[in-house]
Design a protein around this ligand. Structure first.
Ligand code: PMP
Length: 402
């Protein structure tokens, strides 16, 4: 019997992402790629990391930096995060915080914590593909979280056996749309969660990357202001240093009520004991030294790229194409005319114009809405954005004329 026949049924929902396969084709230098979703590596605070690494592995620190550490995470890092969250209106102690290996690990743990097979997760339509990937291992169903209408999801009424457990969303500059929720929408998400008696998983991965407009409070801050006590809150906030400092060290965090954190610490212990000690210590030092000024620099560079992309779209997109106008993050989302398939368009765009993007269908839990695409603006510079969007406009005109 092939070993694959012995794999657990939970693996059936796990498939190689269409996007990862496509990304392998993008190494050719002449391709202008809007397909990435990663920070510009030329902006990493490399020297600060280098100094912190040397400091932490120096004689006095090495004993702890190279040693096992508590599963909850390195205390000075949790204390820094508590101060950071306070700026956004979340008042919490270090014991409301768990350090994870990136926020992706937090998504996996939350699936493990809440989902029995057949339970339902409410997600945006579209939503972050990596969240679907993380939750899929726990065999949930998905239903649409519709903030515009705030209708209770259909699955609540007919969920055969399973229960709705949580909603998952990014209120700020979501991946893939770049769209943020306004204050009223944030309030409605919490109202719905109260009415359904479910948890809310708030993905704050892009929160700090705002380039225009006013800062809005995270869902957790709004809920805490309503309820007074963080330990009474149903919102579980997932944060990350990946988009602000560097993703390679894999340092993220969760802020939640203590009973949730307590159980997640047990999951962490069972899965990998702890997030790498040295990475946490180095991250704490770099964050302490330069987080705000560094993020200010990212905002200037990425903000200019977003502006360039919106201006290029205005100039070069044919009539019938619509796109979002984000105030931050890394992505702009395009809606193409009905009948234009994003994946077919990518094949055409790569072959004829050497420009790439991510087809949007993969971001829908049911694979629908194939006439969409995601454009990343954190990697290409302004000249590449202008040239790439010109090429994309040409590809679309040809596709729409066919
Ligand atoms: N959430 C969102 C919305 C993301 O886009 C990403 C990274 N692509 C993550 C979570 C995971 O990031 P990390 O694990 O590096 O913190």
């Amino acid at each position: 019997m092939p070993l694959t026949d012995l794999f657990a049924t939970r693996t059936e929902g796990m498939k190689a992402s269409e996007i990862r396969e496509l990304l392998k084709l993008l190494d050719q230098p002449e391709v202008i790629s809007f397909a990435g979703g990663i920070p510009d590596p030329t902006l990493f605070p490399r020297e600060a990391y280098q100094r912190a690494m040397i400091d932490c592995t120096g004689s006095t620190e090495a004993a702890s930096a190279l040693q096992y550490a508590p599963s909850e995470g390195y205390l000075p890092l949790r204390q820094w995060i508590a101060r950071y969250m306070a700026q956004y209106g979340v008042i919490c102690g270090a014991d409301n915080i768990l350090i994870t290996a990136g926020s992706q690990q937090a998504l996996d743990y939350l699936g493990k914590l809440f989902l029995d097979a057949g339970d339902t997760v409410l997600v945006g339509w579209p939503t972050y593909l990596g969240a679907l990937g993380a939750f899929n291992a726990y065999q949930p169903r998905y239903d649409r979280l519709d903030v515009a209408t705030n209708q209770p999801p259909a699955a609540l009424q007919d969920a055969a056996g399973g229960r709705v457990k949580f909603s998952y969303l990014s209120p700020d500059f979501a991946n893939p749309t770049g769209v943020s929720l306004d204050l009223a929408e944030r309030g409605r998400i919490l109202d719905l969660a109260d009415a359904l008696d479910i948890a809310v998983v708030e993905d704050g991965a892009y929160q700090a990357l705002r380039y225009s407009g006013d800062r809005l409070p995270p869902l957790l801050a709004i809920e805490q202001a309503r309820k007074g006590d963080i330990d009474a809150c149903r919102t579980i906030y997932c944060g990350s240093f990946s988009k602000t400092l560097a993703p390679g060290l894999r340092v993220g965090w969760v802020v939640a009520a203590r009973p949730v954190i307590g159980q997640m610490v047990l999951l962490k212990q069972a899965a990998d004991l702890q997030t790498a000690t040295l990475n946490q210590m180095v991250t704490a030092r770099v964050a302490e030294e330069l987080f705000e000024p560094h993020v200010e620099q990212l905002r200037a560079v990425y903000g200019a790229r977003l502006k360039a992309m919106l201006a290029a779209l205005d100039r070069h997109m044919p009539d019938g194409v619509r796109w979002t106008r984000p105030e931050g993050g890394m992505f702009v989302w395009c809606q193409l005319p009905e009948g234009i398939d994003g994946a077919d368009l990518l094949a055409q765009a790569l072959a004829t114009e050497k420009v790439a993007f991510v087809p949007g269908g993969a971001f829908f839990a049911d694979g629908s809405n194939r006439n969409t695409l995601r454009l990343n603006f954190s990697m290409p510079n302004e000249a590449q954005i202008e040239e790439g969007i010109t090429r994309l406009g040409r590809t679309l005109r040809v596709a729409m004329a066919a």
